[in-house]
Design a protein around this ligand. Structure first.
Ligand code: WTA
Length: 637
């Protein structure tokens, strides 16, 4: 296997040694990098599967992100913001501090108390991290919703979290047009009496209708004092809920705490990105996803770093936008997704080659497996063969990275397509169905054998589901739902989801959630969706639909109706690339849909080896289900 000996020359063997000898003591040492109001009495309270880190310790996230930098970095830019339409704003650590305290006081004046939930539905503007930090300052739990989600998705999340306050904007810019965020919120919260107020930031200055509950951000902050003492919160105080798709019909509210989460982020940001005070960090992730929470908002601010935040689409107004931003701000560390890289490759090398990217010293990716060819393109065309690439594996639930090369800590050979090794303090393995360790180079389930500080506390309001989803498949081990291989050098290769979750352009979409949306169309009796490989998005959605006997509408109009239903109820990201109408779905005798068979059909594959296809189905049955399905697609086309 080809490997690249590139690093930054750091070689700190002590960290791994300490972590291997006693991971609890190791994390205890790492937590001391943060500022605590009072020390903890116990490093870890582990009542499987519930972990409490730094028990008894008192801490505040916004204090660690802002207050601690005021004596040394108050004039340093925290965020260099680039608007989609070319505007720019520089927000220093002092500015952020003032705005956060004003908003925190405003939230208090609206009756928000420690433990209350606040929903945030904002575009990628500095007011989004400001809102998150204002919540954390007073101990309110924020729940950020990606601004591409529809009214009905928002309503589900607001109802589940029982948010008292919503923070939104009049609109947001996306590819030159304005997304009417406030209108979407009005629809989402109509009739929800527990929502007391909606704070509206005027981003686009478009005309909006103000209702009784609405307050303008500027009016509210004008009156507010700019000093707000941070709450001294228990280490496991819930910092945020972030909803993510799983294998059940409804998104899960992943709940994260404070002290453990921040410790994990502080450490991984230092080890993986080798962050220095002089760096300009740029992560392209939207804050509506976990990557944005962890590595746009909390981790860089904990380190007092300067980062670039971009409001709009990466290819707007043209394909050079990201390289232009890197050149303009002299970005030194760039963190993006394989989907974006595949899109950039399609646009051609001339575009990045015509920009000065020499400021870059470190590159990273996240969210999906990176194809080795894409890795090599990133390495040579963007990194000019001098920058290490970190391929970081983690999840909404893990809070921060768990597998990644760590150039800030050590120099190891990089292998394109492998995330390399688990971070210190994490014990992982690849196992078979029974939880037995597999020999090297054998595909199996990835498991995590010990708790870690960034680990989710639970699923919001559903401890049972938390236990079932993550801790029931393998005894006392966390099951992330991914396939992996470990090679002879102990490097991990992530091979995609082992469960019914799709990864479309890096976004998680649960098949069950999508299927239940399609089935709620009055003409549909059954539906199954699957993902097939795509050159740019990694995976795209194909959906199979069985119509009711009574359905008489033309297929084209049904396709349109189903697509618009999905857009309205989930969001545009869940739109299938193709909808096939079929007479029945291929199922095993026990009623399980043969998903691999759907995948084969959708990608025009041969049926392949079906001897191990699905349990309970005879080979002849699978073959005939395959033929039936293929014929029924042809007939109905
Ligand atoms: C996938 C994103 C391969 C994986 C931070 C995981 C990856 C899911 C990688 C979590 C990577 C994330 N290589 N696969 N470097 N990073 N994944 O919650 O399937 O949006 O389980 O978190 O993304 O997605 P989530």
């Amino acid at each position: 296997m080809e490997s690249f000996n590139i690093g930054l020359g750091n070689n700190d063997n002590e960290t791994r040694k300490l972590a291997n000898s006693d991971y609890v003591h190791f994390w205890d040492e790492q937590a001391k990098n943060l500022s605590w109001f009072s020390p903890w009495q116990k490093t870890l309270e582990w009542t499987p599967p519930f972990a409490k880190w730094f028990v008894g310790g008192k801490i505040n996230a916004s204090y660690n992100a802002l207050d601690i930098h005021q004596s040394t970095r108050s004039k340093k830019p925290a965020i260099m913001w680039e608007g989609e339409n070319g505007e720019s704003r520089v927000i220093t650590y002092a500015d952020m501090w003032t705005q956060v305290q004003k908003l925190a006081n405003s939230l208090k004046s609206l009756g928000v108390k420690k433990g209350d939930r606040v929903t945030i539905y904002l575009p990628m503007i500095p007011e989004l991290p400001i809102s998150m930090l204002a919540c954390s300052r007073i101990g309110a739990t924020h729940t950020v919703i990606f601004s591409g989600f529809s009214a009905s998705s928002i309503r589900d999340r607001v109802e589940d979290s029982k948010s008292k306050i919503i923070i939104t904007a009049d609109g947001g810019y996306r590819r030159g047009s304005i997304v009417p965020l406030k209108e979407v919120i009005d629809e989402a919260i109509s009739g929800l009496n527990f929502v007391k107020n909606v704070i509206v930031f005027e981003r686009t200055k478009t005309k909006i209708q103000l209702n009784d509950k609405d307050v303008l951000w500027n009016d509210l902050l004008k009156e507010a004092s700019d000093t707000c003492t941070p709450e001294h919160l228990e280490s496991s105080h819930p910092l945020f809920i972030l909803y993510t798709s799983g294998t059940t019909g409804k998104p899960k509210g992943v709940l994260h705490g404070t002290g453990g989460y921040l410790t994990h982020l502080y450490s991984t940001f230092k080890w993986a990105f080798d962050i220095k005070d002089s760096d300009i960090f740029f992560c392209t992730a939207d804050i509506g996803w976990v990557t944005g929470h962890s590595y746009v908002v909390y981790a860089p601010l904990l380190h007092g770093a300067t980062e670039v935040m971009y409001e709009g689409a990466p290819d707007f107004p043209d394909a050079s936008r990201i390289w232009d931003i890197i050149q303009k701000y002299h970005v030194t560390i760039f963190y993006t997704t394989p989907t974006s890289l595949r899109m950039f490759i399609k646009f051609g090398d001339d575009i990045p080659n015509s920009f000065d990217l020499s400021s870059i010293r470190l590159l990273g990716t996240v969210g999906e497996p990176i194809n080795p060819e894409v890795w090599k393109w990133y390495y040579s065309v963007i990194g000019k063969e001098k920058c290490p690439i970190i391929d970081t594996w983690w999840q909404t639930e893990t809070g921060g990275m768990l597998i990644s090369a760590l150039p800030g800590l050590e120099t190891i050979p990089l292998k394109p397509g492998s995330g390399t090794l688990p971070i210190p303090g994490i014990s992982m393995s690849v196992v078979d169905e029974n939880g037995t360790d597999l020999p090297p180079n054998t595909k199996g389930y990835l498991i995590i054998k010990n708790p870690w500080p960034g680990m989710l506390l639970t699923l919001w309001g559903d401890d049972t589901k938390y236990k079932n989803v993550y801790w029931s498949k393998f005894k006392n081990c966390y099951y992330p739902g991914d396939f992996a291989i470990r090679d002879d050098d102990g490097y991990f290769w992530l091979l995609g989801r082992a469960d019914d979750v799709l990864k479309v352009a890096g976004h998680r979409i649960g098949t069950a959630e999508l299927e239940s949306c399609i089935v709620s169309h009055s003409d549909v009796s059954e539906s199954a969706v699957c993902g097939i490989p795509d050159d740019v998005k990694g995976e795209v959605i194909i959906s199979f639909v069985v119509l009711k006997e009574s359905s008489s509408k033309p297929h084209d109009s049904l396709r349109e109706e189903i697509v618009s239903k999905i857009r309205n109820e989930i969001g545009a990201i869940a739109t299938p690339k193709q909808i096939y109408f079929v007479s029945k779905l291929p199922k095993t005798r026990s009623g399980k849909i043969m998903r691999r068979l759907l995948k084969s059909i959708a990608s025009n594959d041969q049926i392949g080896d079906i001897s191990t296809l699905e349990d309970g189905a005879a080979v002849s049955e699978v073959q005939s289900a395959f033929d039936d399905l293929k014929n029924s697609i042809q007939e109905k086309k």
